[in-house]
Write a protein that binds this ligand. Structure first.
Ligand code: SF4
Length: 431
């Protein structure tokens, strides 16, 4: 019995791919063991979104080599794609694959002893087909992620992802529907659509786009109870998208719409292709059609041309947007991106101060959003039991993490009356 262990780093797309690759090895009679245990094969799904991603990837690789010198060590994914030489320079790495051809992994491992084929790094900018793995991403979690597209055409000046993942490639509608049906047959009630540029689905297809896909999934997977969109760009939300969401209560009432900067001058240098006014007009339109919807965002603090004035402009702007939640990132220059060559870098100490201020504003807005649901009912999909609070918890459609005082079953929906929103959002089930 051969064993394998996987270490996943980075985003939801990596998480999806690591799950699928685990299924591929299991289908070849490998047994998955914990990454901290001894294994015959170690697989590291690397990340390169920040310098920290690179460092964590190298650390995970070295840990595997140390754990079993005889094992076959495989590093794949974004860091391997962008910096194959750096990865090849780590003692003990046997196989390096980038962000394409991962479906070859099992064969490469099985043939490694006699083929010694070490590196498969395609010119990712020339790859035009979405890579199908042929397996489903079953996981232990209650929510299943479903990857629908690959790559990005935007080239925001701070972002390394297009260089790691290539240009947009959409998965076939048939393959997506097929996996969604299998996930629901396997007992998943909630599916999260994910991708590098989720809302860009269909840009490379003829007469078929993200809105069409939403409708097809809802129609062709009738037993799916909740469909969640992981993230979508502001300029990809059409009036039709809003109508589809409004008309379909199965679509989660939560949109994660990256803002990245709250000043037009910073947005211009980031090449984000919208102004803060465009952004605000759109989220007000969204709220008109879908009141109380949760709108969360990403914000980069300390981008190279962010003066005090632009920073304060951003703080004023995020208050206008009234986000339900924010992911705040201090800018870290990425080697290989245009922004890394720019001047006027903001000092780390200034970045730290600004991140602190932004997080305080974000926390206050999050609390304000939670207050809207005090004494209100929400439908919660129970995910797990929390040993600290000794309560079960799950998420509502608008992504509130709700703790339930009653004894409930995992992977079931409950109508919950929220009766406490101080530390944790807590409630009781409505019989
Ligand atoms: S939209 Fe911009 S930030 Fe997002 S993946 Fe593409 S280049 Fe990166």
């Amino acid at each position: 019995m051969r064993t394998f262990a996987i270490q996943n780093l980075g985003c939801k797309v990596n998480g999806y791919e690591s799950n699928v690759i685990a299924r591929m090895f299991e289908a070849d009679n490998y047994v998955q063991v914990d990454y901290h245990h001894k294994a015959d094969v170690y697989i590291i799904n690397t990340c390169t979104v920040t310098n920290m991603g690179d460092a964590k990837s190298r650390k995970a690789i070295r840990q595997a080599v140390k754990r079993n010198k005889e094992a076959i060590i495989v590093a794949f994914g974004c860091y391997a794609q962008v910096s194959p030489d750096e990865v090849a320079g780590i003692d003990g790495v046997d196989i390096i694959i980038g962000t394409n051809q991962r479906h070859l992994l099992v064969d490469m491992v099985n043939n490694y002893d006699h083929s010694k084929q070490k590196i498969v790094i395609d010119d990712i900018m020339k790859v035009s087909e979405f890579e199908e793995f042929g397996f489903e991403s079953y996981t232990k979690n209650t929510r299943a992620f479903l990857k629908i597209q690959e790559g990005c055409n935007n080239f925001c000046t701070y972002c390394i992802i297009p260089y790691a993942r290539g240009l947009m490639r959409s998965r076939s509608q048939k393959s997506i529907i097929n996996e969604a049906q299998k996930l629901v047959e396997a007992g998943y009630y909630e599916i999260v659509l994910t991708g590098i540029h989720t809302g860009g689905y269909g840009i490379d297809l003829e007469d078929y786009n993200f809105d069409d896909l939403l409708i097809d999934i809802l129609n062709q997977v009738p037993n799916l109870q909740r469909l969640r969109i992981s993230s979508i760009e502001i300029n990809q939300i059409t009036d039709r998208t809003l109508r589809i969401i409004k008309d379909n209560p199965r679509i989660a009432r939560h949109l994660h719409i990256p803002l990245q900067a709250g000043s037009n001058e910073v947005l211009r240098v980031m090449k984000r292709h919208y102004t803060k006014e465009d952004y605000l007009v759109k989220i007000n339109e969204i709220r008109k059609v879908l009141p109380q919807i949760a709108i969360s965002t990403d914000l980069i603090i300390g981008f190279c041309n962010e003066t005090d004035e632009y920073f304060q402009e951003a703080m004023t702007f995020i208050k206008e947007c009234q986000f339900s939640d924010m992911h705040i990132f201090p800018y870290s220059p990425r080697k290989g991106t245009p922004a890394a060559q720019m001047r006027n870098m903001v000092s780390d100490s200034t970045k730290k101060e600004r991140v602190k201020e932004a997080m305080m504003i974000a926390e206050a807005m999050k609390c304000a959003y939670h207050h809207q649901f005090f004494n209100k009912e929400v439908r919660v999909l129970v995910e797990d039991y929390d040993i600290i609070t000794k309560m079960y918890y799950g998420h509502s459609s608008n992504y509130l993490k709700v703790f339930i005082k009653d004894k409930v079953n995992i992977n079931e929906f409950y109508q919950v009356l929220i009766d406490d929103i101080n530390n944790n959002i807590t409630g009781i089930i409505i019989k």
